[in-house]
Ligand binder design. Structure first.
Ligand code: BG6
Length: 520
């Protein structure tokens, strides 16, 4: 039985419907969440959809169907989700808005991957389409353990819910959460299975970094302003640093992290996405095809790191006990779910080179780790030094080069470091910053990455999602690291204290090139 449904427009005026809005009206649709009783649905997805509803961003006909094994009715699912939105939505929940949203929340209690039982999902979807006016437009969100992705995708096809056998009318899209495979061959296999049921333009491989405002702003900054692009190349840029530092440890995800490590967890996806956005050529248009073509070209030009080069191009670390922000924390090997002899890296630093005209000889140093002193993600573009020194009072090595820092989070913003004359007699200089801060410049609520990405998928725009080919190329680049590190056990783990900036080898990686990591 389908509970009473109402279209969204019964309660709230939808600005997407009136002509004053610049965007095309969105098609009505159902978002089906596989894994609806899990953490992702509770912490991110349903709060994101609710926030979109509150801001009148959802289409006129809209429903959410949760699918999971836990026995729940529509009513109890709604209660759970009300708690989730209250806890994780970020703002006080208006009960009027919640009432309208909740009426179109449904739940199907089943193990969809179990082939011995028929699925109730097709008939529920048909009934919900009829009641909510969602016209057979369905987004399937895989918020489950990655090991079941292939079965779910295959069964969506076999049960005629999506794919060539699905009833005519209405579009179907699938959102696949990271990790997209755990190595190159599993990523290829998952792409293949997925592309049996869905066409590439129906597949939305999520990387939540691409939904972050500041990451999108990177493209606007580069291609919406005339003054940066002419200097965005090897003539002016000495090197680039990308840091994704976390204060947190592995929390309750020890078992997952043991199998992943920093390269799989952060470098293969988020960090390489950032690198591509910094390094790509201007696309001919801001659309999925053009932008993603340029990003793939960057990965094609990325110099492969061979197993013999690993020590020259990468460093790994694992944190020992220490203290972060004044609080003592255990070693990684002492975290729940982690082996006391674990050789999993919780820190990785890599030097990438891009073999093309724009970037020849400009290293991109990237690093990411858990239990570092600060929670900060930043891209810094380090420019070449001024060619000739006029200011005798300042030693050459104190005349710092210009740095353009793009702060992805927190304190989102952009700053440019340059030197200025110190007030007073004599000509002495000192670095100063020109600062733009997102929060104070716009003063509006920033949507979460999941809000942005869910809306883009509903809109059918895959620009901010990873294309199959990109994912495979990214895996190909990190496989030598993963395999070599797996085969050659680290003799010195744990090799840095929690609360420090990673192992000495990471500093040596830059020191060999006469450079240092930026102090953050
Ligand atoms: C996830 C990783 O993809 O990104 C986590 O699995 C990591 O380990 C997280 O903590 C970082 O995301 P953010 O948005 O907090 O930088």
């Amino acid at each position: 039985m389908v509970a009473t449904a109402a279209t969204w427009s019964d309660d709230v005026t939808n600005p997407l419907r009136d002509g004053s809005h610049l965007e095309q009206p969105l098609d009505p649709c159902v978002v089906v969440i596989f894994g609806a009783s899990g953490d992702l649905a509770k912490r991110k997805l349903v709060p994101a959809l609710f926030n979109l509803a509150r801001d009148n961003q959802l289409p006129a006909g809209f429903a959410v169907v949760g699918v999971a094994r836990s026995p729940m009715t529509d009513e109890s699912f709604r209660e759970h989700m009300h708690q989730a939105v209250t806890e994780f939505g970020g703002e006080a929940v208006s009960e009027t808005v919640w009432g309208g949203f909740a009426r179109n929340l449904f739940y199907v209690a089943e193990d969809f991957a179990n082939t011995r039982q028929p699925s109730a999902l097709p008939s529920r979807l048909a009934a919900i389409d009829a009641q909510c006016g969602t016209r057979g437009n369905h987004v399937f969100y895989l918020a489950m353990p990655p090991s079941v992705y292939p079965d779910i995708v295959r069964l969506l096809g076999e049960r005629s819910i999506a794919g060539p056998a699905a009833p005519a009318g209405g579009w179907k899209r699938i959102i696949i959460e990271k990790p997209f495979g755990r190595d190159l061959s599993s990523a290829r296999a998952l792409n293949e299975t997925t592309l049996h049921v869905f066409a590439e333009d129906q597949v939305f491989r999520i990387d939540h970094y691409l939904g972050k405002e500041t990451v999108q702003n990177l493209l606007v900054f580069r291609f919406g302003n005339g003054i940066f692009e002419p200097i965005w190349n090897r003539r002016y840029i000495d090197h680039v640093q990308i840091t994704a530092a976390e204060r947190l440890g592995v929390e309750d995800r020890g078992a997952y992290y043991e199998e992943a490590g920093a390269v799989r967890d952060m470098i293969q996806n988020h960090i390489l996405q950032l690198l591509c956005l910094v390094a790509m050529e201007p696309p001919a248009a801001f659309d999925a095809e053009a932008v993603r073509n340029e990003k793939v070209k960057v990965l094609r030009a990325l110099r492969p790191i061979t197993p013999n080069d690993i020590d020259q191009f990468a460093a790994r670390g694992q944190y020992a006990a220490g203290s972060v922000a004044g609080t003592p924390v255990p070693a990684y090997r002492g975290e729940p779910g982690v082996s006391p002899q674990s050789t999993t890296e919780t820190y990785a630093a890599v030097k990438f080179l891009i073999d093309n005209w724009r970037w020849a000889d400009v290293p991109f140093y990237v690093r990411s780790g858990k239990r570092l002193p600060k929670q900060v993600t930043e891209i810094s573009i380090q420019f070449r030094r001024a060619p000739h020194l006029l200011f005798g009072g300042t030693p050459a090595d104190r005349l710092e080069p210009n740095v353009l820092a793009l702060r992805i989070q927190p304190d989102e913003g952009i700053s440019l470091k340059f030197v200025a004359k110190r007030p007073g007699t004599g000509l002495r200089v000192r670095p100063v910053n020109m600062d733009f801060r997102y929060g104070s410049a716009f003063g509006v609520r920033t949507p979460s990455a999941y809000e942005t990405l869910l809306l883009e998928c509903i809109r059918g725009d895959a620009t901010l999602f990873a294309r199959g080919e990109w994912v495979e190329q990214a895996w190909a680049h990190v496989m030598p690291l993963i395999e070599t590190w797996q085969n050659v056990e680290p003799s010195d783990f744990p090799n840095h204290e929690a609360g420090s900036w990673g192992p000495q080898e990471a500093d040596a990686l830059l020191a060999r090139d006469g450079r240092v990591w930026r102090r953050l």
